[in-house]
Write a protein that binds this ligand. Structure first.
Ligand code: C2E
Ligand code: CA
Ligand code: CA
Length: 741
């Protein structure tokens, strides 16, 4: 398991000096404690004199400041400080200065900028040091590096608000912009247009030319639309925006557009943008688009309704065949009355017994056993067949029907939970999870929970409620209060779809959560896309530091399972293991000692010449370098082992026989060069591929590395993609050299 060292204690401390309690005295104890702080604490600690110069530092601080160790001349750190909001500190407000004045500084976050431009985010604690007469001698400063955590959060926040492929804003941002534009339009009495744009036959293009070409097309369409908006500044002087709200559903917002006529010429321009074919890696592809237009003026429209109406116009344009563009007409509203029929049908579905609950297993990655199940609602419509929850839950939410329906699901889930307890003497009873809607999160929920628990006899510690970020973020204070009351009943709480909302993990700390479910969209990229893998790893590390268990949802392939296991994920749920199914079919799965995926695992290819196949041993004394390398390599499909010292590495390499060793040159004790020498001298390890890793690329060092037949030489810091491709190339070269065809 890997952990980002966020706030969890470091589990890999250097050995503490031997300490004999019988013969020692307090000063020996103090010395031992000091040695631990000095040598192995990952927090940076320094003692400063009255001038603010550091007279003592532990190893972590010395490494950061580049100054002397515990003894040596005082050093004044060369960083610049800023507050997290970017504002400069007045000299008198600096944490150290305040500590020297006698103030206690606790958990203050600040940004350090180093002479080379490197930025580091740290949490500072500082206290004054007095002598026995109460005179100030100096101050102790402690800093914890939280850069990785903040970076991961920033990435998540951006991803949540933007489409990953095009970088265009997603729905949340866009709706906000539309809202503001409408308000401005009302104020200034001008018209605002919303244009929905869809690529003609995009599915077919994807199928014919592959998803990579599809992605390139989406990117280019986004780019052209954006350029078109900018060029038309005269038309939409107040600004235009493009957003991607679905697979290939683009939306353009144009303000101060000259009514219907202006919108028509805008649509014509958009259609014209695609007369020029789009270049992809495979070939140039010609596409056509359809445009749906909705123009509003002078009234406070709801942005979501406008977006829906533009989409309705788009549908008309696509269905009409001939025309590429269409306007929203009032009569289209009648289509929406169909919705009311559904509403009526859903209202009686419960009475007519058309609803049922399916259960999908959650598997522990440590034991491969089913440890939980998620209740998922199903509607078997007498005429229209099975209707997926994504189509009717929004309706149930909008109409409030979700409250009685949700209570019914809860009761079904608890009844099954009690039944599973009765099987096998309760030994394999799963935790049963039930999804909640925002509408359910009010005082009646507690009443419902209490009565369902009492009436079914369900043990609340076997019940879990899944909530989503958007649900709790609309009114966090109320949600926090509610969730605490639910938790007090003994019920666990899971954060569903994590990563798709807007909240940061640091913020989520305020919610009484037990579990985090990583959204399928991140799981999809595992083992293929280094960025998704890095995000999943970061989330996992932070969640574990917060004592949350992590579930990956939508797991479909064995490669994803392998990646999740390597990253230390606790549980997995997805089609790879099992689809949602009737409760009685779950019974058999519960007693299975191991549930493996439905497909046989692909055997590791022989040899290691292919991209991302093979085993790597990473040897570095710095845990963050090992973590970074591990994330990069596992995401590309490599199996990874780690050693933190040269001595440990040799034993590990003899045991696992890796395809490549990634070897830090400078380590305390045995250096990378020493390790390489030993490997080359032993017949069993002579032919292993060795890639050296170093912080500075001095020519002499490089020459020495190559004289020991190192296969490549990488200077830190490295980019994931480079690391993967250079290691793959090094392995391939060695394989070819030993086996010329
Ligand atoms: P969710 O809570 O995120 O549930 C997971 C969804 O992913 C389920 O879709 C499940 O069938 C699907 N899924 C699981 N594994 C895989 C996989 O490997 N690949 C793919 N492609 N999909 C997978 P489902 O059953 O269609 O439910 C959709 C959503 O409807 C749920 O998303 C949940 O938000 C909502 N929902 C379902 N039942 C209830 C309910 O009783 N109450 C409420 N409020 N919402 C519900
Ligand atoms: Ca769920
Ligand atoms: Ca989910």
């Amino acid at each position: 398991m890997i952990l980002l060292e966020v706030e969890a204690p470091d589990r890999r401390r250097a050995p503490i000096p031997p300490f004999n309690t019988e013969t020692s005295d307090l000063s020996a104890l103090a010395a031992a404690a000091e040695a631990v702080i000095r040598e192995s604490m990952t927090e940076m600690v320094a003692v400063s004199d009255l001038t603010g110069a550091f007279t003592m530092m532990n190893r972590a601080m010395a490494a950061a400041v580049g100054g002397p160790g515990a003894s040596g001349s005082p050093a004044t750190p060369a960083w610049k400080h800023r507050r997290v909001d970017g504002k400069a500190y007045a000299a008198a407000d600096l944490p150290l200065t305040r500590a020297l004045r006698g103030e206690v500084v606790t958990d203050e976050e600040m940004i350090l900028t180093w002479p080379g431009g490197r930025r580091q985010c740290v949490v500072v604690n500082a206290t004054t040091v007095f002598d026995s007469d109460g005179r100030t001698l100096g101050a102790v400063v402690m800093m914890r590096d939280i850069t990785q955590q903040r970076n991961a959060e920033a990435t998540l926040a951006f991803q949540a608000l933007h489409d990953g492929l095009t970088g265009l804003p997603g729905r949340h941002l866009f709706v906000e912009r539309v809202q503001r534009a409408i308000n401005r339009g009302v104020r200034h009495r001008w018209s605002t247009a919303l244009l929905a744009v869809k690529i003609d036959g995009f599915e077919a293009i994807n199928a014919q030319f592959g998803h990579d070409a599809g992605d390139q097309i989406i990117k280019e369409v986004g780019k052209r639309l954006q350029a078109c908006i900018r060029a038309s500044d005269a038309v939409s002087r107040e600004g235009g925006h493009v957003a991607l709200l679905g697979g290939d559903d683009f939306f353009l917002l144009c303000e101060r557009i000259g009514g219907v006529r202006g919108a028509t010429s805008m649509a014509a321009r958009i259609v014209g943008l695609f007369e020029r074919p789009i270049a992809t890696d495979r070939r140039a592809i010609r596409i056509a688009v359809h445009v749906g237009i909705r123009v509003v003026r002078g009234a406070k429209h709801n942005p979501n309704v406008i977006i829906r109406e533009a989409t309705a116009a788009l549908r008309l344009a696509r269905e009409s065949g001939a025309a590429q563009t269409a306007f929203f007409a009032e009569k289209m509203r009648s289509d929406q009355t169909a919705r009311f029929d559904d509403e009526h049908a859903l209202g009686t579905a419960l009475e007519r017994g058309e609803l049922r609950v399916a259960f999908q297993p959650k598997i522990s990655l440590a034991t491969d056993r089913v440890v939980g199940v998620e209740a998922l609602l199903r509607w078997d419509h007498p005429l229209r067949g099975a209707i997926p929850p994504s189509s009717f839950i929004p309706l149930a939410e909008a109409t409030g029907l979700i409250v009685p329906i949700g209570a019914w699901v809860l009761r079904q889930a608890c009844e099954q939970g009690v039944r599973w307890h009765a099987l096998n003497g309760g030994l394999s009873a799963p935790i049963v999870s039930v999804n909640l809607s925002a509408r359910q999160l009010d005082s009646s929920l507690l009443r419902t929970l209490r009565s369902v628990l009492a009436e079914t006899g369900m043990d609340p510690t076997y019940l879990c409620l899944e909530v989503t970020e958007s649900m709790v973020m609309s009114d966090p204070e109320i949600a926090i209060g509610m969730l605490h009351q639910i938790k007090a009943l003994g019920i666990a709480i899971s954060m569903d779809d994590f990563g798709t909302g807007y909240s940061s993990l640091a913020y989520l700390r305020r919610f009484p959560l037990t579990e985090l479910k990583i959204d399928k969209s991140f799981v999809d990229g595992l083992g293929r896309d280094p960025e998704s893998t890095a995000i999943v790893a970061a989330v996992m590390g932070m969640a574990h530091a917060m004592d949350l268990s992590v579930v990956a949802e939508g797991v479909e392939t064995s490669a994803q399972v392998d990646a999740l296991r390597a990253l230390g994920c606790d549980e997995a749920q997805g089609y790879y293991y099992a689809r949602p199914q009737a409760a009685d079919r779950i019974d058999a799965l519960l007693s299975q000692p191991r549930l493996d995926g439905d497909r046989a695992r692909a055997p590791r290819p022989e040899g290691a010449a292919e991209w991302g196949s093979g085993t790597i041993v990473i040897v570095d004394d710095a845990p963050e370098v090992r973590l970074h390398a591990r994330m990069s390599l596992t995401s590309a499909g490599f199996g990874v082992h780690e050693a933190e010292s040269g001595e440990g590495a040799i034993e590990l390499i003899r045991r696992v026989r890796p395809d490549c060793v990634l070897l830090d040159m400078h380590m305390p004790g045995m250096s990378g060069l020493d390790v390489c020498r030993v490997l080359r001298a032993d017949a069993a390890t002579r032919d292993v591929t060795v890639v050296m890793l170093t912080a500075d690329g001095k020519a002499a060092e490089k020459a020495e590395a190559f004289s020991l037949e190192a296969d490549d030489y990488i200077v830190k810091p490295f980019v994931p993609r480079d690391l993967v491709s250079r290691i793959s190339a090094a392995i391939r070269r060695r394989a070819e050299a030993s086996d010329p065809q």
